[in-house]
Design a protein around this ligand. Sequence first.
Ligand SMILES: [Zn+2]
Ligand SMILES: [Zn+2]
Length: 305
Amino acid sequence: MANFQVNILGCGSATPSYRHMPACQVIDFRDRLMMIDCGEGAQLQMMRQHLKFSRLSHVFISHLHGDHFLGLPGLLSTLSLHEKSGSVTIHTFAEGADILQRILAVFCRDASYEIKYNIIRPERAVIFEDHALIVETFPLYHRVPCVGFRFSEKPKQRHLRGDMIRFFNVPVSRLEAIRNGEDFVTPDGTVIANDRLTTPASPSVSYAYCSDTAYNPAVADDVRGVDVLYHESTYADDNAAKAAPRGHSTAREAGRIAAAAGVGKLVLGHYSKAYDSDEPFVAQASEEFSGPVIAANEGMKIDLL
Ligand SMILES: [Zn+2]
Ligand SMILES: [Zn+2]
């Protein structure tokens, strides 16, 4: 069963609050779980949201601030207690890999699974690719090196029309090529055009994650056309003067990026602890972006398919 679901585990900012957990999301993509950022408490949030440790295969760390990283040592050592097998790949800057290796050398000596590192840089790059998915980094504009992540499904195969496949007696050995768009040539040499044998592929969807960043129009180019954009909105208009100097955005600025990029839906998060309501965030972003705007919350699931 194909699935592409974003689970919000934490959408608060750096200072702890009773309302929100620090940054963490888990993408449930087909047969695996891919975590983005890992604030404190991420392992408990996984349990609360019934996301199985055994399915976790990748962790993507946007930058080395505590609210995006400090849940990782605890999570990785817990995985061993659960006798996880296989491997987990940590995608992080060189400094993050170095720190984590030193912590785990003490606290996770006998890991039951392999921990792999993929060193990323604050630049545009493809950092993961398989038959179905591409993950890319792009630069964000924060107080320390920071990247956003774009998850894009690869183009899918066309759907076979059973009636026409039977009508033209297409052999099973040709079906894979026909799903990929080839025509069929009958034994007497007649060419049957692909669009008589198939219907178009389902659309491929994409998701982009931007946290943390000051407003920068360049971000819109990197997230252009995604179906769902998660963009940090640490502040509302009342604290707009604090946003840029601290390397953060307001909800209104997140709305501007969403509008400039032509995304399908905007999800807000990384709220400052100064707020006790999401309402001004959604209202102010909606003044800039005419598409749907939702305020992230712990436990929220967003289905892209
Ligand atoms: Zn943060
Ligand atoms: Zn940060």
